[in-house]
Design a protein around this ligand. Structure first.
Ligand code: PGA
Length: 274
């Protein structure tokens, strides 16, 4: 009697968890980084658009994030396909004397609905702090953009067993309190897995994602945390997509290298299961 109660209770718990994942639409996001000239970008966007159209109705949300100079052209090439446009960074000011920077308003003006913020390459190459990323996130939200806030540990930090501590600090510092499930997506990207072909085990990924959701719950409340999407990023490809995307707390992927080939990007999407 007692045993069957526990079996039932566990089953109910699984269903509730499954329900939560079902409620979070999987996001398949391509981060093109500093790759491709105008023609490459337009061809890639056209290819992605055609393939996404041919998939028909799906439960997936698609996004591509090309370099700044080709955003407008990519937007045009995506016409008619359900593929959102995003940028890879923005400034926290809307205009002014910031040579070389791009404001969130400029991004919405050319059709972006998303911006990636705090990618580890920007944290490393441009010394971006959690505080700066939080400021940019607030500005992006105030100007109508959804944000993908990136976090993740280095190899040394992982070896020292600091993964969860590092991710916790990054979330607390770079996700502002105005973040909610509609305007913010988190991307967990272990720095050592980016572009290397190395990946954590799926058990490790699930563990970190669950820990991230716990921190989000403390910071933003349980209801927001349960609805907020947490993407995995770092050497995602068609052959490992199912393994990661079927995990309970993984709600999509942020894809670098494999987003530069139509068949790989769509191959990942086709392996996305809830
Ligand atoms: P990768 O990059 O898929 O090439 O590892 C992911 C990212 O940096 O967003």
């Amino acid at each position: 009697m007692l045993k069957s109660f526990f079996i039932r209770a566990n089953k109910d718990e699984t269903n509730i968890k499954k329900g939560k994942k079902m409620a979070r639409k999987l996001l398949i996001a391509g981060n093109w980084k500093m790759n491709g000239l105008l023609k490459d970008g337009v061809d890639l966007a056209k290819g992605v658009a055609a393939e996404v159209k041919s998939l028909g109705k799906t439960d997936l949300e698609f996004l591509v994030c090309p370099p700044f100079p080709i955003l407008t052209f990519v937007k045009k090439a995506l016409r008619g396909a359900k593929v959102a446009l995003g940028a890879q960074d923005c400034h926290f000011d809307v205009k002014g004397a910031h040579t070389g920077d791009v404001s969130p308003v400029m991004l919405t003006d050319v059709g972006c609905t998303y911006v990636i913020l705090g990618h580890s390459e920007r944290r490393a190459d441009h010394d971006e702090s959690n505080e700066l990323i939080s400021k940019k996130t607030i500005a992006a939200h105030q100007n109508g953009l959804k944000t993908i806030v990136c976090i993740g540990e280095t190899e040394a930090e992982r070896d020292e067993g600091k993964t969860i501590d590092v991710c916790t600090k990054q979330i607390l510092g770079s996700v502002p309190s105005c973040a909610d499930a509609k305007n913010t997506v988190i991307a967990y990207e272990p720095v050592w897995a980016i572009g290397t072909g190395k990946t954590p085990t799926s058990k490790d990924v699930q563990e970190v994602h669950a820990a991230i959701r716990k921190v989000l719950s403390k910071k933003l409340g349980k209801s927001i945390a349960n609805k907020m999407r947490i993407l995995y990023g770092g050497s995602v490809k068609p052959s490992n997509a199912k393994e990661f995307l079927s995990l309970e707390d993984v709600d999509g992927a942020l894809i670098g290298g494999a987003s530069l080939k139509v068949e790989d990007f769509l191959g990942i999407a086709k392996n996305a299961v809830k």
